[in-house]
Design a protein around this ligand. Sequence first.
Ligand code: NI
Length: 186
Amino acid sequence: MPIRELVLVNDPRLRAQAAPVEQFSAELARLAQDMLDTMHAHHGVGLAGPQIGVMRRIFVAHIPAPESEEEEPLHPRAGETFVFVNPQITRRAPETVEGEEGCLSIPGWRGLVSRPAWVEVAAHTTGGEAFSLTADGLLARIIQHEMDHLDGILYPDHITERDKLWPIETEGEPPPVELPTKPPAV
Ligand code: NI
């Protein structure tokens, strides 16, 4: 279960379009496991193919379960592991909500991003089985953030106000991050 090297911001691979997965194979299941291991090693809640240099439409997600019974779960589906292959958003909420995001490919930064409050997603498992899922809250945010990665979009692309993107304490200098000069088309 190797942990893969992360692709970091300003690498052109994070700006490229990922291609659909065509082979549903044991190799794809191993890739998903590597992605989950890499995500957990970096304490992330989601990871998309391009973030490890795999230019395919696949992402994984996992919201940590509470560590004790007293702790409130971050989401009703906390503790579940999700793998989405060739995902498509089939419906989205008309209303947006603002929430905090970070990205394993953009260490040292956090931002406030407005996104639809819920989404319905159709996708496949690594075995090629179709499924759909409706998600709200943190899971909806993760799904939309990861799906953006498959189209070369990073969360700061959604932020136009400087005070909605801020550096956090990390080892070393945070990498430079550009804000868009105009809001992206939705
Ligand atoms: Ni990300």
